[in-house]
Design a protein around this ligand. Structure first.
Ligand code: ATP
Ligand code: MN
Length: 465
């Protein structure tokens, strides 16, 4: 494949033998310039790799005046000969023959002058942070993981199924929803009882942004066999944590004829595949992030690939926590919804491996999960990861019409006829799960805060750009 009107720096560096001795065109942004009165060295980055390409300007061919605009952040086009480099730090470099400056970034006001800005500062200038090596690396890894996800499911015969982002089903139960309305919020129409009259709203009823595509995903799976969704989800929770976003991307596979054990096998294979793909295709970026932020990153990634995940019923997990002798901030007892500290104790201190926790009390899980024979627990599975806590939440679904209807009535849910139809007509055992994409990116990049693994994070009191 030919690069358009320029050769990617990644291509030149990775296939240097093919290009050495040839005239090439590169275009990109200047990271730095240094040198003396005979020769100037420019580090050029074009976004294709974390590595910059060295460009050598011979000052007998270029004047000081010409090079003056070539400062950190400026954008340039260089033609020249690719040669082996005699200097330290790079194998090849370009001997420039011509220079074109697209845009200058002169003056002290370019915020990315010096290296080593804090991640907190960069979050405040999120419109420019993709230009840093750190964010460009994270974003390339994010891309590779997205591609790996589609490849994994496509190769397995799953269909990419598009579920709606605007929904009027308020039974998803996965989290608080953002409302979508075209009514005048200052003076909404009201009915006789004085309540807002949504029949006059755009959709003729109250609508929200989706918190999960699962229920619609089940409609796909009970027709196409195996499907997956991969799209944005929205949760209006006031969770100011390093693991929650208000807008995040979720992958939700849903499979007809899968029981809970098949579901666990798929989840484990899937995560391992994605991590392995990143290790193989994002070597330079992972190395860069390891060197600058997290020395143990590559080892941690390999460890997850090489080891079986522990599979443990919730009830056993509670016993381990109770017998741990550890003082937790939140008390542990059967029936409690585990807090992050509990999950991380099991994963990081007790097993020292990813854990799939199963068979949770039905009270703390969603209405659609399949009831176990004990009548108390459901076939839920949460995959718990070191440093992240819950990375996947899933379950086998209740396929029995009567049991599902009873649970829906017990909880007083309304408007579920369309969903119940999957159980009325040709019902099948089926399962699925949801993986938070940013939690996966967080794990693979070794970043500490989920706000640093998405280009434009949305969280409480923040909606820039
Ligand atoms: P948590 O307990 O961590 O808040 P949850 O139980 O609400 O998560 P689920 O409804 O099971 O999450 O959603 C499935 C997956 O989506 C989770 O396992 C997680 O990876 C991801 N996820 C959930 N909420 C968020 C969020 N606010 N930001 C980013 N990812 C999220
Ligand atoms: Mn969950």
């Amino acid at each position: 494949m030919k690069d358009i009107r320029r050769t990617l720096v990644s291509r030149l560096l990775n296939n240097a033998d093919e290009y050495i001795g040839r005239e090439v065109d590169v275009k990109g942004w200047v990271r730095s310039r240094r040198g003396n009165k005979y020769v100037q060295f420019v580090a050029l980055n074009d976004g294709s790799t974390v590595k910059s390409l060295q460009i050598v300007f011979d000052l007998t061919k270029f004047s000081d005046e010409e090079l003056k605009a070539v400062t950190t952040g400026s954008s340039i086009h260089v033609q020249g000969l690719l040669v082996e480099s005699a200097g330290k730090g790079q194998n090849v470099e370009i001997q420039a023959d011509s220079l074109e400056v697209y845009g200058t970034a002169s003056g002290e006001d370019y915020p990315l002058q010096k290296k080593g800005h804090s991640l907190e500062f960069l979050r405040e200038i999120a419109h420019l942070r993709p230009r840093t090596n750190t964010f460009a690396s994270v974003l390339r890894i994010r891309h590779a993981l997205a591609y790996a996800i589609h490849k994994f499911f496509n190769d397995k015969g799953f269909y990419y199924f598009h579920t709606p982002l605007i929904t009027a089903s308020d039974c998803e139960g996965a989290g608080a929803q953002f409302q979508v309305t075209c009514l005048d919020v200052n003076e909404p129409p009201r009915d006789e009882e004085g309540k807002v009259d949504y029949s006059q709203d755009f959709f003729g009823k109250m609508a929200s942004l989706t918190v999960s595509g699962q229920l619609e995903g089940e409609l796909g799976a009970t027709a196409l066999g195996c499907i997956y969704t991969f799209g944005p989800t929205f949760r209006a929770e006031n969770s100011n944590t390093p693991r929650h976003l208000s807008e995040f991307w979720m992958i939700e596979p849903e499979m007809a004829f899968y029981e809970i054990a098949d579901n666990m096998d798929l989840a484990e294979e899937f995560i391992k595949y994605c991590i392995k793909y990143a290790l193989e295709h994002c070597k330079d970026d992972i190395e860069f992030l390891a060197e600058h932020f997290d020395k143990e990153l590559p080892e941690r990634l390999r460890f997850v690939i090489d080891n079986d995940f522990v599979r443990l019923p919730y009830t056993e997990g509670i016993k381990i926590l109770e017998q741990s002798g550890k003082k937790f901030e939140f008390p542990v007892y059967w029936g409690v919804d585990l807090a992050s500290e509990h999950e991380r104790y099991l994963v990081e201190e007790h097993f020292k491996k990813p854990v799939i926790l199963t068979d949770y009390p039905k009270e703390i899980k969603a209405f659609y999960m399949k009831l176990n024979d004990d009548g108390k627990t459901v076939r839920a599975m949460d995959v718990l990861f070191p440093k992240i806590g819950e990375i996947i939440g899933g379950s086998q679904r209740e396929e029995n019409y009567d049991k599902l209807l009873a649970r829906i009535n017990e909880l007083g849910l309304e408007g579920m006829d369309w969903y119940l139809d999957t159980r009325r007509f040709g019902t099948v055992p089926h399962s699925g799960f949801g993986l938070g994409f940013e939690r996966l990116v967080l794990f693979v990049t070794g970043m500490q805060n989920i706000r640093d693994v998405i280009p434009f994070p949305r969280y409480p009191k923040n909606c820039e750009y």
